[in-house]
Design a protein around this ligand. Structure first.
Ligand SMILES: C[S@@+](CC[C@H](N)C(=O)[O-])C[C@H]1O[C@@H](n2cnc3c(N)ncnc32)[C@H](O)[C@@H]1O
Length: 401
């Protein structure tokens, strides 16, 4: 892996921000926000192809259309549960290159034209560069007058969404605070700048920058202390995820919030064994845990605390409909049937055989319990009054054989 300090323009911006701050240091969360989302030089805002086989990492979306098509099966059921509203809002948050939106619209138009005719698709994306990629990819839908728009979550009117707000691998990309357990209690990691060295960005400890950090662990029900955790135990707290979910809940009038990401319950996330936290950086399909190199050229992510998302949902008026691993969620929506159908393809054409093998491989990857198959799918709801509305195909576990 090529190693450098990072993009010089971005490093200069971060250095200036540090030098202008009263304590000459900024919380790690602010550093991560600049590294990923500085409007001009951030990783997601300046790199048009951070994702995919030619980028730094791939997601389920890059494994072909099956992922989006199986999700679309879930949207159709939701549409029926909500009484076939028109418009039926699909709000995709963190849509990357717009691949999922394209797959979902294509599939709905082909398989479920009535639902397709009701869909209003909104993309919520912070990166201007990626928004342009999405607009180019979805131009044909706009040209055909399919209602698609791009909005900031904060600009959307309260209670304006009847449908589903969803995301795949958004929450892990939100900036996290890093905290360290010491004999005097929790300290927070800050980034400071030391002139004249090869590695001028340095981590230092200081007091917690936000009151919410000091109450977080009691709130999620797992409180690390030095009785059972090592001195120097370091982990992350994703306050941005809590603010994001609060916003989403406000925008929803009636329907669902579906979140797919990698992570754990708080109890497993904050286990003593995970003594250096879960922060990972992705650069050209290799991963490591040093966010202070390749700044602006690599992705930085942390696992998601799903207990916190569930509790924040409760606080924001969402009901918890269920959480399952992606593997089971996609199986319940028909992944197994797709595999069976592929087995039955009888063809002497090498092209057809190659296609079937590639798709079979993709389907296996989508449910790989060592890969994306173990991701969590959390579904929350609002304004759902009947048992039918609260029972979703994707959350229905198959009977054990
Ligand atoms: C890891 S990528 C996932 C992309 C896509 N969902 C996929 O699965 O391939 C994270 C995406 O979220 C976007 N993003 C980050 N913070 C966001 C926010 N607060 N609101 C909306 N989008 C955001 C990034 O720019 C990027 O498009």
């Amino acid at each position: 892996m090529a190693v450098s300090l990072g993009k010089p323009e971005l490093c200069a911006v971060i250095r200036d921000r540090i030098q202008r701050s009263p304590q000459q240091q900024i919380p790690f969360a602010d550093f991560m926000a600049l590294a990923l989302y500085h409007p001009e030089h951030g990783y997601y805002t300046s790199k048009t192809e951070p994702l995919g086989m030619g980028g730094d990492f791939a997601t389920s979306v890059h494994l072909g259309p099956d992922f989006g098509e199986l999700l679309a099966e879930q949207w159709v059921e939701m549409w029926h549960h909500l009484g076939q509203p028109e418009p039926f809002h699909l709000v995709e948050m963190g849509p990357g290159q717009g691949l999922l939106a394209n797959t979902i619209l294509t599939y709905l138009q082909r398989q479920y034209p009535n639902c397709f005719a009701a869909v209003h698709y909104t993309l919520v994306e912070t990166s201007e560069a990626l928004r342009q990629v999405q607009q180019a990819r979805l131009a044909r839908w706009q040209a055909a007058a399919v209602p698609i728009d791009w909005r900031k979550l904060t600009d959307m009117p309260a209670a304006s969404v009847t449908g589903c707000c969803f995301s795949n691998e958004l929450v892990d990309a939100l900036p996290v605070h890093r905290v360290t357990l010491t004999p005097t209690g929790w300290q927070e990691q800050y980034i400071t700048y030391r002139e004249g060295t090869d590695q001028p960005f340095v981590t230092v400890l200081g007091p917690l920058s936000q009151p919410a950090l000091s109450t977080y662990f009691a709130w999620v029900g797992t409180v690390p202390t030095l009785d059972t955790y090592p001195d120097g135990y370091t982990t992350e707290v994703n306050l941005a995820a809590l603010e994001w979910l609060k916003q989403v809940a406000t925008k929803l009038h009636q329907g669902y919030v579906l979140t797919i990401d990698y992570g754990y319950s708080a109890e497993r996330y904050y286990s003593p064994a995970r003594s250096q936290g879960t922060l990972q950086c992705y650069y050209q399909h290799a991963h490591h845990n040093d966010p202070l190199i390749n700044i602006g050229q690599q992705d930085i992510t942390a696992q998601v605390d799903f207990t916190a998302l569930a509790r924040q949902g409760d606080r924001a008026g969402l009901s918890n409909l269920g959480q399952v691993p992606q593997e089971l969620f996609l199986m319940a929506l028909g992944l197994g049937d797709r595999l069976n159908q592929l087995m039955q393809i009888e063809s002497s054409s090498p092209q057809a055989v190659r296609y079937a093998l590639q798709r079979r491989e993709a389907l296996h990857q989508l449910m790989n319990p060592l890969g994306v198959g173990k991701f969590n799918v959390l579904i929350q709801g609002k304004g759902l009054t009947t048992p039918e509305q609260q029972t979703l195909k994707g959350l229905t576990l198959p009977p054990l054989r």
